[in-house]
Design a protein around this ligand. Structure first.
Ligand code: SIN
Length: 534
């Protein structure tokens, strides 16, 4: 069975022998963790403002434990060492219902605030994220494993969504539509999804513990919606720190609620999708989980936004600037150690430049330094957990068994930590798992092609379509290929496309709706008011 990409629902469902071993390790460290005080955790975190670390859920403006008292231990099993970071409550259906009720109640006032006052609160929230840049970056690094440069980079990216949506809040203009009748005037206004006692729910992955929340939360708050957020069990602390900063910024009680869960994830997810009170679901994660949530949401026909898996093609044509293409491939493929939905997954290189591109890429990748994200020399951190390492191993072994050549890497590192050495493989056949599934790891899989038609057919031969990239200096080709790729986002002569201002999202089985850009629309309904009797 193919292992899914970042998904907290399937994390619990698909327990294999490795995961079982990890669970046993967790149980041992759970005992140790219970003996440790918060002060011990404070040492591990080493933040300037230790009060950003919250170890409880957040419902109706209060920090709360699970009703049944269970906890989820969050350890650096995921990042580079085996230190315990802390625990958060194992919440379930009861807490989810309380959170939804609190959000619905808060909507009665938040939904009626002016766009200007929401703008002002969001700008304050943005300012606090800037002020606590170092700490928030470090929290991301400690719980996710990415390097501190990437952790701080994510905080900058994450806060940019809050800033962007603050500015969008005041521009949710309506419309006047000329009527065919002399005695009617048609006006369209925009209102937050739901009218009374309603809210939206947000479910996010571990690969961007902060930015995948603010990309949704910023839009929801700016539109006047209230929210229930379910962060992933691997990286709950960034979500909780955001809740704390939102409170300091003046976001009223009940507007943001956070339910932490791991083993109860199915019942929590179901309630977030099936509750009649919830009018909007936004999810980032695997396509498999997205389909389940979409099906659950159908029972109440609610608005759904989904950013699901990708299998991005990265194409290098023979007229490309090869140095730029190598740099672009590195940025695109190895960001977050290959654990992003928009990472290049399949690298197609035209035959006449193939050997040159492969050797330049291999040389650069062999200079990477894997290690603890907090170490300044580290260029690439670990994978999120052992299951992720097993998937990468399976994909590399499969490609090698089908004749691929290992140019760099090709193996995992012994514990502690869950590392896979950044890898470049040449001559990966089209039918290899590396080309047919999303790998979600640090492996550049190179495949040779001859013609533009051939590579477009190869690139589009997948059920998903999130991002696609290509390098070419021929302007005619740039237009042709950009139009032909079946994806929601194309990078031409760049390996990085992500920004708060762009419409981020996919086609085919990569999802529905767009985030960033005009994504505030996903949290609003248009309402026609026809003025008659004029
Ligand atoms: C993702 O991996 O889901 C998001 C990546 C991005 O925002 O660039």
């Amino acid at each position: 069975m193919p292992l899914p990409p970042p998904s907290l629902l399937l994390n619990v469902i698909a327990l294999g022998p490795k995961a079982a071993a990890a669970t046993r390790r967790k149980a041992t460290s759970l005992t140790l963790c219970r003996m440790a005080s918060t002060a011990n955790f404070a040492k591990v975190w080493g933040l300037k403002d230790q009060s950003l670390i919250k170890t409880q859920g957040y419902i109706d403006g209060k920090w709360v434990d699970a009703k049944e008292g269970g906890t989820i231990l969050v350890t650096s099993e995921y990042p580079a060492t085996d230190e315990a970071l802390g625990s958060v409550p194992e919440m379930g259906l009861a807490e989810t219902k309380s959170a939804i009720a609190a959000a619905a109640k808060a909507f009665e006032t938040w939904g009626k605030t002016t766009a200007k006052s929401r703008h002002d609160i969001l700008m304050k929230f943005y300012g606090l994220m800037q002020e606590h840049h170092e700490d928030l970056g470090k929290i991301i690094t400690l719980e996710n494993g990415k390097t501190l440069t990437e952790g701080k980079g994510e905080n900058a990216y994450s806060s940019s969504f809050i800033e962007w949506y603050a500015e969008e809040a005041v521009r949710t203009y309506g419309e006047h539509i000329p009527s065919p009748f002399t005695n009617i005037r048609n006006v369209v206004i925009k209102q937050p999804v739901g009218v009374v006692r309603k809210c939206s729910s947000i479910m996010t992955p571990w690969n961007f513990p902060s930015a995948m929340i603010t990309r949704k939360l910023g839009a929801a708050l700016a539109a006047g919606c209230t929210t229930v957020i379910k962060p992933p069990p691997e990286t709950p602390f960034s979500a909780l720190a955001l809740a704390e900063l939102s409170r300091r910024a003046g976001v009223p009680d009940g507007v943001i609620n956070i339910v932490t869960t791991q083993k109860n994830v199915l019942e929590v997810g179901r309630e977030m999708c099936e509750s009649k009170t919830v009018k909007k679901v936004s999810f980032t994660g695997s396509t498999a989980v997205a389909k389940t949530l979409y099906e659950m949401s159908a029972s109440t026909l609610k608005k759904v936004s989904i950013e699901a898996g990708g299998n991005a093609p990265f194409i290098v044509f023979d007229d490309a600037d090869i140095d730029a293409a190598v740099e672009g491939a590195i940025a695109c493929k190895f960001r977050g150690s290959g654990q992003t939905c928009v990472c290049a997954n399949r690298i197609y290189v035209q035959s006449s430049v193939y050997a040159d591109f492969a050797s330049r890429l291999a040389e650069k990748v062999s200079a990477f330094k894997v290690g603890n994200g907090l170490d300044e020399k580290t260029t690439h951190g670990p994978l999120i957990h052992e299951k992720a390492v097993s998937k990468v191993k399976r994909h590399v072994d499969d490609a090698v068994s089908r004749g691929a050549q290992v140019l760099v890497g090709g193996q995992s590192l012994p514990s502690p930590g869950t590392f896979y050495v950044p890898t470049v493989l040449a001559d990966v056949p089209a039918e290899a798992l590396l080309n047919t599934e999303e790998t979600f790891g640090p492996v550049a899989a190179l495949t040779k092609f001859e013609t533009e038609e051939e590579v477009i057919a190869l690139a589009n031969n997948t059920d998903v379509g999130l991002a696609g990239y290509f390098y070419s200096r021929d302007v005619g080709r740039v237009w042709r290929v950009a139009e032909a790729l079946e994806v929601g986002m194309v990078g031409t002569n760049t390996g990085l496309i992500s920004h708060a201002t762009i419409p981020f999202g996919g086609v085919k089985e990569s999802g529905l709706g767009r985030e960033g850009g005009h994504g505030i629309e996903e949290y609003m309904n248009q309402k026609l008011i026809a003025f008659g009797g004029i």
